[in-house]
Design a protein around this ligand. Structure first.
Ligand code: CA
Ligand code: CA
Ligand code: ZN
Length: 439
């Protein structure tokens, strides 16, 4: 056992160092390798993969997943916020916002889907999976679906020496809720010597219940405090993809400088890809020309739009239909993933109430000071018929924008420098923000 742990530590240490050097994002694969050292877990992973492949080999199932059923599966989420300081105790609005981003990305209603290149825009998938903060806790009581727990400042959650510590109260973390009823997401500080080199990691179907779920570095959850390129909540979308069985689109064979085209993510319509993207949006790369029969005579470029690449968040727009099929192959075979589809946990209405009580916390107006363009982002369960009005300091109405969406871009070209008041409201909610225009 000791030897195993030592190997594990060294393996992850190497990973950590290589991450720091190469701008990696996700620790899912090294964690998978580490967990697989437990023979029971390893057998479970293999069995989950075989069962899923067999399910998908049935042509009827393949057809089923390629069509929209118009019945949405709701997955209840519990978010364990573990904080060592006030900043890491992220606000409800940031959590609710992440849930909305998940829902947009999994239903193809993310605003940036329109940027998807034409070669891929017919294979984007509405996965018909949605997520909500859980409404009932394991004891049967109503809940916000959010747990907050203060951790000592010396608590280690890094994936080198504090491996999986966030998943147990015995190691300053928080125990998971049953993984057959809840998707557990731990939001915590995984930095190592002050270096947050891991954005997140997840466990694949077949994981033991005590470790199953997703872990995200605090500032990357929701529209957190992180700067581009990892600022639009796609880290959690990527990790929930892993939780549903998705592999990296380049299939993790890029350890050699030249990359490789001979491995697979087990999905036909995601093009073969030699190496991960480097947190960018390089649409010129076509790293592999040998593609699956799905593509026929076409040799598509690398799908940097895919959530399972390492592209910049702003570039990530889609899961493919083939990935949706693979998700459903686990959702129909892995016992925990099958069970969560009919979880009795329901959806929290408590979080929703907070949105109406503290609407201002859910309205993001930036940049401030602004130049020519202002963004107004509004978070989940965006109330209908929202109007934005911009007033100058004498109370004169300068600009009106009706029917605000989740994300709005407003041209300020006609505003002179000075102070303004931005009002966002409908018949039920009202938020006031101060704005400086400086050109
Ligand atoms: Ca593929
Ligand atoms: Ca190609
Ligand atoms: Zn990953």
């Amino acid at each position: 056992m000791k030897k195993q742990l030592l190997t594990l530590g060294l393996g992850l240490l190497t990973f950590g160092l290589s991450v720091a050097q190469t701008n990696n994002k996700c620790a899912t694969m090294p964690v998978y390798e580490a967990h697989s050292q437990n023979p029971i877990a390893k057998a479970n992973f293999i069995n989950a993969e075989i069962a899923a492949k067999n399910w998908l080999a049935n042509p009827l199932n393949k057809i089923k997943t390629s069509q929209k059923t118009n019945s949405v599966i709701m997955i209840p989420v519990v978010v364990h916020v573990l904080y060592k300081n006030a900043v890491q105790n992220i606000p409800d609005s940031q959590i609710v916002r992440q849930i909305q981003i998940l829902n947009q990305c999994f239903s193809l209603t993310n605003p940036n889907y329109s940027q998807t290149r034409a070669v891929f825009d017919t294979i984007g998938a509405d996965t018909e999976l949605q997520f909500c903060l859980a409404g009932i806790d394991p004891q049967g009581n109503t809940t916000t679906g959010i747990i907050r727990k203060s951790a000592p400042s010396n608590a280690q959650f890094d994936p080198i020496f504090g491996f999986d510590n966030m998943k147990s109260s015995a190691t300053n973390g928080d125990d998971p809720w049953p993984n057959d009823q809840y998707l557990n997401i731990w939001v915590c500080d995984m930095s190592f010597f002050g270096n947050a080199f891991v954005l997140g990691y997840a466990t694949f179907p077949g994981e033991v219940p005590a470790l199953d779920g997703v872990v995200i570095q605090s500032e990357y959850f929701g529209f957190g405090t992180a700067a581009a390129p990892n600022n639009l909540g796609r880290t959690t979308v990527h990790e929930v993809g892993h939780y549903l069985g998705m592999r990296h689109i380049w299939a993790d064979d890029d350890s050699q400088a030249t990359g490789q085209c001979d491995s697979t993510d087990f999905v036909d319509d995601t093009p073969n890809q030699a190496a991960k993207s480097e947190s960018d949006c390089n649409v010129t790369i076509n790293s592999c020309s040998a593609e699956s029969p799905y593509w026929g005579a076409i040799d598509p470029p690398d799908m940097v739009e895919n959530y399972m690449d390492y592209s910049a968040d702003a570039c990530m727009t889609m899961f493919s239909k083939g990935q949706k099929a693979r998700m459903y192959s686990f959702l129909n075979t892995d016992p925990a993933r099958v069970a969560i589809k009919t979880s009795p946990a329901g959806c929290s209405t408590v979080g929703l109430k907070d949105l109406y009580t503290n609407f201002s916390n859910y309205v993001f107006v930036y940049p401030n000071p602004a130049n020519d363009v202002l963004h107004i982002n509004i978070t989940q369960f965006t109330p209908k018929n929202l109007t934005c009005e911009i007033y100058n300091t004498t109370g004169q109405l300068i600009k009106t924008i009706k029917q605000l969406a989740f994300q709005n871009t407003i041209n300020l070209g006609d505003l002179v420098n000075g102070m303004y008041v931005v009002k966002v409201y409908n018949s039920e909610v009202n938020a006031i923000k101060k704005l400086t225009v400086a050109k």
